[in-house]
Design a protein around this ligand. Sequence first.
Ligand SMILES: [Zn+2]
Length: 162
Amino acid sequence: MRGSFDDIPVTTLFPLLPDADVDAWRQAARTLDAARCGADAADWEWFPEHAAFSPAQEGTPVILGLNVIGNARQGDHLEFLLQVVWTDLGQLAVEVTVNVACWCETDHATHDVDALRLVVGEEISLPEAFRVGARRLASRLADPHDADHWRATAGLPPRRTS
Ligand SMILES: [Zn+2]
């Protein structure tokens, strides 16, 4: 399901979250909407079917995510992602990555670079992890770089121009 942050059924997705935390969370999302400078605000995506952890999960189920497509040249790809996911061990984690097109000899399609993963636990609560993640994403959006910049920081080959 897709919509603006206010449409997200936060208590359905995260039933253990106290009400006060939900407010703190909305605050963080507004910071993010402001950082996106008028881009379409309605592109959060959520998956109620992933609200409960399943030990038989494959991959990393996304519960809630925001993708922001960056400016990239034709044939290239640059995307910023903020996602709340389940880890293999059934912990919630907030992940922020920059996803760029692959220009390696071997085609990997895309690469996640500049990854930040905050696993929710005793040291960091879900709203706090979300706040840190939102701040990180906002700073990436406020200081735009092209896809080659992000590939270079990850030691990946630049876009080939033939
Ligand atoms: Zn590659």
